[in-house]
Design a protein around this ligand. Structure first.
Ligand SMILES: NC(=O)c1ccc[n+]([C@@H]2O[C@H](COP(=O)([O-])OP(=O)(O)OC[C@H]3O[C@@H](n4cnc5c(N)ncnc54)[C@H](O)[C@@H]3O)[C@@H](O)[C@H]2O)c1
Length: 269
């Protein structure tokens, strides 16, 4: 594989398993040095051991101080990051909002929502010092469509889409790109075995995590920004096409709609 990312440092959250593990491997194969961050510290260390180089950090991405400290260590020990893959996340599978207890709500929000904010906030000044960089956050198909089995997960993934799309324009002058990957169902530990069996019996295609890793590699090497790449089994990643919203219309002095004007400026009708 080519060395497109030689001398680049990539910090990956949720690196110990699934999409984070596959992406750490993919970016390392392209020459990047990986800073693997996970609250499964042993798992993060195993990833770095298997890659043969890099830095493993045991950190809870829902803890602002821990995230800031992880980025500070990455900068001090590896010089980066040039790439921040903000990927750690969980699902809770609570479809009935009236059955949602506060602890479960906080448990998901602090990593799926807060973790992306803390990660981006820590990445930006460090990337500026490097002269630029690439932020990719893992949203989900559930960040673009309703997902009734887990509405809090769905809401958090929509947040990630809104956050990253809103950051992209202000980060562009700093030469920092900001994008999301939006995977459909991917074969990782976030999906329980019963669901995997059900999907297999139904003949529903489930993606290998490597497919998301390839999309992340594409996002950090093509220079696009403000995009949300939908990843579905058997397809190339595709940027989601957001529709424009209708613009406002001025309202006349008496609360009436202003006249519709003809092309020459005269009032119509
Ligand atoms: N697998 C899918 O079908 C799918 C689809 C769309 C989006 N996603 C998203 O992909 C991301 C990665 O999930 P995955 O599918 O690879 O699952 P996974 O369970 O295999 O990996 C998640 C990793 O995140 C780590 N993690 C969880 N909470 C953490 C915390 N607070 N601090 C630090 N590390 C933490 C876990 O230890 C684990 O290593 C998640 O954001 C998930 O929502 C997954």
């Amino acid at each position: 594989m080519a060395d497109e990312l030689l001398h680049k440092v990539a910090l990956v959250t949720g690196a110990a398993s699934g999409i984070g593990l596959a992406t750490s491997t993919r970016l390392a194969e392209a020459g990047a040095t990986i800073c693997a961050v996970d609250f499964d510290g042993d798992g993060a260390q195993r990833v770095i051991d298997s890659l043969g180089a890099g830095l493993a950090i045991d950190a809870d991405c829902g803890d602002a101080d821990a995230v800031e400290a992880a980025f500070a260590r990455c900068e001090a020990e590896l010089g980066g990051p040039d790439i921040a893959f903000l990927n750690a996340g969980i699902a809770i599978g609570v479809s009935d909002l009236t059955a949602l207890d506060d602890a479960t709500y906080q448990r998901i929000q602090r990593v799926n929502v807060d973790g992306v904010v803390f990660g981006a906030r820590a990445a930006i000044p460090r990337m500026e010092r490097r002269g630029g960089g690439a932020i990719v956050a893992t949203s989900s198909l559930a960040g673009l469509i309703p997902f009734p089995p887990d509405p809090i997960y769905d809401g958090g993934k929509h947040f990630v889409v809104g956050l990253i799309r809103s950051l992209a324009p202000t980060l562009a002058p700093k030469a920092i790109t900001a994008n999301t990957v939006n995977p459909g169902i991917t074969n990782t530990n976030i999906i329980d075995q019963a669901t995997k069996d059900f999907l297999e019996d139904a003949g529903f295609p489930v993606m290998p995590a490597q497919q998301i890793a390839d999309a992340v590699f594409g996002l950090v090497t093509t220079g696009v920004t403000g995009q949300c790449w939908v990843c579905q089994a058997g397809r190339e990643p595709v940027p989601y096409g957001f529709r424009d919203v209708p613009g406002p219309r001025a309202v006349g002095a008496e609360g009436k709609r202003p006249p519709v004007l003809n092309a020459d400026g005269s009032a119509h009708g």
